[in-house]
Ligand binder design. Structure first.
Ligand code: AMP
Ligand code: MG
Length: 401
């Protein structure tokens, strides 16, 4: 049995980069950036009006009301490119360039046009610089605005678009084969017969892997039969970057996944982790493919996928932060870890009326209780033998949303 931290180190060591591809901007949401993004212009690219109103010189409207001739109009996309002189005003719209000579924009609500729109009356003084964003105030041309290894979120799309990234260099998508094993399993569209259950792991793992940008190949269900397992795993390993099996790795006499991997000549890096739930997790390599043999219990699958397989998939894509985000929270109820292993126990995060982040351990029936686990938003991490009481600070990992 190896400690979790060591298992994660091994996963990171064995993971190699998949390379990159150039993808249209409309398709990069959720992908991992493989290039630094550089501003190709100042932002804003010119002194920009932040309000609809009148460009003026603040000194000219220190005493109000002040009547000024309107000498031009600057609108977004069609600026007024002459020098505005003392005592003059230019009608201006949000997003339009501020003319040279003006040093403030007074908002339209504090003005009144007169004389058939030939003049404007400024009703309130305005401070120099008011409602103007100076060229380059937000970003200077040449600045690095996003870095390789970041997850591209929806807000970053604006940055990419604004600086002309019609095509974006991102990490290539890992090809992941997912394979549930167990003679008791039937597919989701079947009515389980006597002694049977529906497979859920294939779909769970596929869903989690998709969230890591994987191209998922969900393989047919495989019974507890070494020859069948060998055939399916070796075929999957040939055509995938990663194979993820579930089931058949514990100590039962029909647990054949490890035997199949070993007979195929897979290199096994670890096969037992000091983790609850998820002790019998297997990690190895077969040919070029990394192989994770996850336990069969659905909650163990969720925990071990997120600790190990997710980390590998994200590291393959050059993620700056491949692991789950760590944080701390205040425990809402007493909680006891496993005696001999580190525990990752499902919890719901919420804030109390003082704004303190609380981790509420889920009431669950153990590692088969996937219905309870569906509410979890984080895992509480306890060391072997650790006991914590309500009010103590605990370390947590946020689960992907
Ligand atoms: P195993 O690791 O194969 O001993 O399986 C542990 C438990 O998880 C058993 O109760 C299995 O029936 C259950 N299990 C295994 N595979 C799946 C699956 N794909 N979907 C749902 N439950 C499963
Ligand atoms: Mg089994």
């Amino acid at each position: 049995m190896i400690p979790i931290s060591e298992a994660i180190q091994i996963v990171l060591q064995q993971t190699t980069s998949l390379g990159t591809e150039s993808v249209p901007l409309s398709e990069v949401l959720g992908r991992i950036l493989a290039e630094d993004v550089i501003a190709d212009s100042d932002l804003p690219p010119f002194d920009r009006a932040q309000m609809d109103g009148y460009a003026v010189r603040a000194a000219d409207v220190a005493r109000v009301p002040a009547q000024l001739p309107i000498v031009g109009e600057s609108s977004a996309g069609a600026g007024w490119h002459q020098e505005m002189k003392a005592g003059e005003a230019v009608r201006i719209m949000t997003g339009a360039p501020v003319p040279a000579g003006a040093d403030a924009v007074q908002q339209v609500e504090l003005t009144r046009e007169g004389n058939g729109s030939a003049t404007v009356e400024i009703l309130e003084p305005v401070k120099e610089g008011r409602s103007i964003v100076r060229r380059g105030d937000e970003i200077k041309s040449g600045a690095t605005v996003l870095r390789a290894g970041e997850d591209i979120n929806a807000a970053m799309i604006a940055t990419l678009a604004s600086f002309g990234y019609a095509q974006v260099k991102v990490a290539a998508r890992p090809r992941v084969a997912v394979m549930a094993t167990g003679t008791e399993l039937v597919d989701v569209d079947q009515k389980p017969g006597r002694d049977q259950i529906r497979d859920s792991n294939n779909y769970t793992i596929a869903a989690y892997a998709s969230q890591c940008n994987a191209i998922v190949n969900r393989l047919p269900l495989t019974g507890d039969n070494t020859e069948e397992l060998k055939r399916e795993i070796s075929e999957a390993a040939r055509t995938s970057d990663m194979v993820i099996t579930s089931g058949g790795v514990s100590m039962g006499i029909y647990d054949f996944t490890k035997a199949a991997l070993k007979e195929l000549g897979a290199e096994i890096f670890f096969e037992r982790v000091a983790l609850r739930p998820g002790k019998p997790t297997v990690f190895g390599r077969l040919g070029k493919a990394l192989v994770f043999g996850l336990p069969g219990n659905p909650v163990s699958v969720a925990v071990t996928f997120n600790l190990f397989a997710r980390t590998a998939l994200r590291a393959m894509q050059g993620a700056t932060h491949p692991e789950l985000e760590q944080d701390t929270a205040v425990l809402a109820r007493d909680l006891k870890g496993s005696n001999d292993r580190e525990s990752y126990l499902p919890a719901v995060l919420r804030t109390d009326e003082k704004g303190t982040l609380l981790a509420e351990p889920l009431k669950w029936g153990g590692s088969s209780d996937f219905v309870a686990f569906a509410r979890a938003t984080a895992l509480i991490n306890l060391a072997a033998g650790e006991k914590k009481t309500a009010g103590e600070v605990v370390s947590i990992m946020r689960l992907p949303a």
